[in-house]
Design a protein around this ligand. Structure first.
Ligand SMILES: C[S@@+](CC[C@H](N)C(=O)[O-])C[C@H]1O[C@@H](n2cnc3c(N)ncnc32)[C@H](O)[C@@H]1O
Length: 184
């Protein structure tokens, strides 16, 4: 099997740096502190932070290195954070998952539009009735239009819990935090 690209990146500890401050403050205040499914969790910068805030987290990533690092920290700190090596495109969403977190997982680059559109459609439909979809992405008109188009075309209602842009020095970019709750 081909070595996952991020296995090389994750030889550097904390490759992506600290979690996005907007993510931390949103989830600090949010209640109830349920079960988060962090798809493409990498080294667990968000998953571990959420675990420390009292959430139960399942993290999925194709990078064996990232998952191993995350699970070691979770074990050391006795957090309710469990990393699994797997493909997000086939990982099963269940009613146990209150929140699906996609941080830097949607880019809608031309070559990926179809695949990511299908992925987002599946997230939207498999998420439970009152579940939350928390999306973090670098600002960009085209990609955000695509995101909203896909969600608007679902048969569900989406209540916006957070829709904020802020500077994100770690990524040298403006980041968009878009957190929505499913109805129907
Ligand atoms: C840009 S990184 C973001 C990592 C993490 N969400 C964060 O913000 O720190 C993208 C991550 O998605 C993972 N990934 C990409 N495609 C995947 C797939 N099909 N299944 C599982 N993980 C995947 C990569 O291994 C990488 O860790």
């Amino acid at each position: 099997m081909k070595e996952p690209v991020y296995n090389t990146h994750y030889k550097k500890e904390d490759y992506f740096g600290d979690p996005y401050p907007g993510l931390v403050s949103f989830f600090e205040a949010y209640e109830p502190k349920g079960h988060v499914l962090d798809l493409g969790c990498g080294q667990g910068r968000d998953a571990l932070c959420l675990g420390r805030l009292g959430y139960t987290v399942t993290g999925v990533d194709v990078s064996t290195v990232g998952i191993e690092q995350m699970n070691q920290v979770a074990h050391r700190e006795a957090l309710n954070v469990n990393g699994k090596v797997g493909d997000v495109n086939s990982f099963k969403i269940s009613d146990e998952h209150d929140i699906i977190l996609l941080d830097s997982m949607l880019h809608f680059y031309k070559r990926d539009v179809e695949k990511e559109t299908k992925f987002l459609q599946r997230m939207a439909s498999d998420l439970k009735g009152d579940g939350v979809l928390a999306i973090f992405m670098i600002k960009g008109e085209q990609r955000e239009n695509q995101l909203k188009r896909v969600l608007n075309e679902t048969r569900f209602g989406w209540e916006v819990l957070a829709d904020r842009y802020t500077d994100y020095p770690e990524f040298d970019a403006v980041y968009h935090m878009y957190i929505i709750k499913k109805h129907g």
